[in-house]
Write a protein of this length. Structure first.
Length: 220
């Protein structure tokens, strides 16, 4: 198991996540927006924000981001332990892996086994439900979750491969394999899963995604 739990045990980090994560994710949305619509790169920007949180907490030397593309479930290594970093908006799907065709999706599903802890941000903008609601339920406001490997292995064993993963529809060209909604709900509400509840409120900010690049062109 990775040392991710230390992030959830640190009162200062918990405070920063609650206070800063909505603003930083809002900036990521503005950064990726085109004609008022969110671009596909917003997911990558959000993941970088979470990786930056790990670097802030544990130090740059503890976080290895140079991960081979062949390690499909791993995004970073924290003190050498693999970690998957994911984000989800509302109750949407979470990609287990991105694939380019049906054959690669089928191969992934056939050979899938959970490999590492998951750091997951569930974003629910404007959610006004009670923060005491059960994680994974429609009434929980979302937040930052640590889903340990042993929790994933338990749920995977209980549900089986076909229940845990969402199978692509025959005849389609899937862009990835997702975890099933039932699997996500079970993972989030498992007693072994950690959660920092976040109030996802947007603020009025002025953010120009081109400003830093203009400054760099203007500098000597």
């Amino acid at each position: 198991m990775s040392r991710l739990g230390e992030l959830f045990d640190d009162p200062l980090m918990v405070y920063k996540v609650k206070r800063k994560l909505p603003l930083l994710f809002q900036m990521a949305e503005l950064e990726s927006a085109r004609a008022g619509k969110m671009g596909m790169e917003v997911g990558s920007l959000r993941e970088r924000i979470l990786v930056a949180l790990l670097i802030h907490k544990f130090g740059k030397d503890a976080v290895d981001t140079d991960i081979p593309i062949t390690e499909t479930q791993v995004d970073v290594r924290l003190f050498g332990a693999p970690v998957s970093v994911k984000t989800i908006t509302g109750s949407g799907g979470i990609k287990a892996v991105w694939t380019v065709d049906a054959a690669s999706a089928a191969y992934f599903i056939k050979n899938y086994e959970p490999e590492c802890d998951v750091l997951l941000a569930q974003i629910r903008w404007g959610c006004t439900h009670a923060q005491e609601a059960i994680p994974g339920s429609p009434h929980h406001p979302g937040g930052l979750f640590l889903i340990p490997l042993d929790v994933q292995q338990k749920v995977f064993s209980e549900m089986g491969r076909e229940g845990y993963l969402k199978m692509p529809k025959p005849g389609t060209n899937p862009r990835g394999v997702e975890f099933s909604r039932d699997a996500i709900a079970k993972l989030l509400r498992d007693p072994g899963t950690r959660c920092i509840t976040v109030a996802w409120k947007k603020t009025s900010i002025q953010y120009d995604p081109y400003h830093r690049w203009v400054d760099l062109w203007a500098s000597d």
